[in-house]
Ligand binder design. Structure first.
Ligand SMILES: Cc1cc2nc3c(=O)[nH]c(=O)nc-3n(C[C@H](O)[C@H](O)[C@H](O)COP(=O)(O)OP(=O)(O)OC[C@H]3O[C@@H](n4cnc5c(N)ncnc54)[C@H](O)[C@@H]3O)c2cc1C
Length: 345
């Protein structure tokens, strides 16, 4: 018999998990707090293994339409001098960059299809109306008191995919601030070469990253070391002076940026028997491997059937994957040491 699974949170990670499970014949329930989930108008880098897995889930055509190829990775200094570069396409699989809300839409469509396919299942009605479910479940989920315990009566596994302020996470597990804060935004620009993902490393622990998303849109990430997880007062863009003309133009055009302190969650997603956390609920940072986790968990559950065995295998493999991804992404993204300029102000 398939395990009964409850996914809390229909962001990118919850939906990817739901869709991957449906494809393997496991019909999970999913609840969402917000009637119109906000994914933020930012972008995501999808490494080759994630693109491959999304292709295997039947999303290749939609992804190809929405996600731009990322061919090359460059690290430069603030003045623009090339420090290191590598070809990504083919070497690391077919890497892509996508707007978060486009990927969210693709997954929402896919999950809708999955639900329609499983209409004959006796409990599928709880899936197809996740908004009304979420109203009921929020009484339990929102109080950060970990009252999801009630749901354990009905489900063999609860997967918390409810973001950084996860209510599915035991209250005793507190996010640990990593000493860095970030701003993410998307702007239109033809000054950034298509297909090249670039990080510029600045003085005083700052970095500025550009990731072309296709059609002239560029996803930008500005990171700086900070003692506190709060947004500093004043115009944050002045903190990123000295990154050259192109960065200056992009920063000037930044509209409605998404501010986020970078956190890690001690325990890496362990949440007690019959529970697991993935996505921002477990690792809220640029090298979170969130989508990888959703797809790996679905495949373990499909393979093992038995929840405790699947969770054990998932956690073991995850530890290895996190070490690999953290090392790779830390080198490849914003290698900004904790502390930095904000710490010295
Ligand atoms: C600077 C930076 C750069 C990043 N770059 C990348 C990148 O290039 N590639 C990449 O893959 N990732 C990247 N990430 C990570 C990525 O942004 C996140 O991993 C991903 O967006 C998180 O998705 P999620 O579904 O876990 O969480 P969220 O998007 O936060 O979704 C959580 C959902 O749960 C719902 N919810 C919340 N509470 C409840 C509740 N109690 N009950 C029911 N529903 C609830 C919310 O409404 C929401 O819909 C980056 C992160 C940062 C900070």
């Amino acid at each position: 018999m398939n395990p009964r699974i409850l996914i809390v949170g229909a962001g990118i990670v919850g939906l990817a998990l739901k869709h991957a499970l449906t494809r393997t014949g496991i019909d999970a329930d999913i609840v969402e707090r917000s009637p119109a989930p906000r994914t933020g108008g930012t972008g995501l880098y999808l490494p080759g293994d994630v693109v491959r897995a999304l292709n295997d889930l039947g999303l290749g055509t939609a992804l190809e339409k929405e996600a731009a190829p990322v061919l090359r990775r460059e690290i430069r200094d603030a003045g623009g001098t090339l420090l290191t570069a590598s070809d990504l396409w083919g070497t690391d699989g077919d890497c892509r960059a996508v707007r978060s809300n486009a990927l969210h839409e693709i997954l929402l469509d896919a999950v809708g299809d999955g639900d329609r396919k499983s209409d004959s299942d006796s409990d599928s009605d709880s899936d197809s109306d996740s908004d009304s479910d979420s109203d009921n479940d929020n009484d339990n989920d929102n109080d950060n008191d970990n009252d999801n315990d009630n749901d354990n009566d009905h489900h063999d596994l609860i997967v918390g995919t409810d973001g950084i302020d996860s209510a599915a996470r035991p209250a005793s597990i507190k996010p640990r601030f990593l000493g860095q804060v970030s701003w993410r935004f998307v702007v239109r620009s033809d000054a950034v070469p298509a297909g090249t993902w670039t990080t510029r490393l600045g003085s005083r622990g700052r970095s500025f990253q550009t990731l072309p998303l296709g059609d002239g849109d560029v996803h930008c990430v500005a990171v700086i070391g900070s003692r506190a997880p709060e947004e500093p007062p004043g115009d944050w863009r002045f903190l990123f002076g000295g990154f050259g003309e192109v960065a200056g133009e992009l920063l000037d055009a930044a509209d409605d940026p998404h501010f986020a302190p970078l956190h890690e969650i001690p325990g890496g997603g362990a949440a007690g028997p019959g529970r697991v956390l993935i996505g921002d609920a477990a690792h809220a940072g640029p090298h979170s491997a969130a989508l990888e986790d959703a797809l790996a968990l679905a495949s373990r559950l499909a393979r093992d059937g038995d929840v405790p065995a699947a969770l054990r295998a998932f956690r073991e493999r995850r530890a290895t994957r996190v070490r690999r991804v953290s090392k790779h992404r830390y080198q490849m993204t914003q290698a900004t040491p904790p502390g930095g300029w904000m710490a010295n102000r």
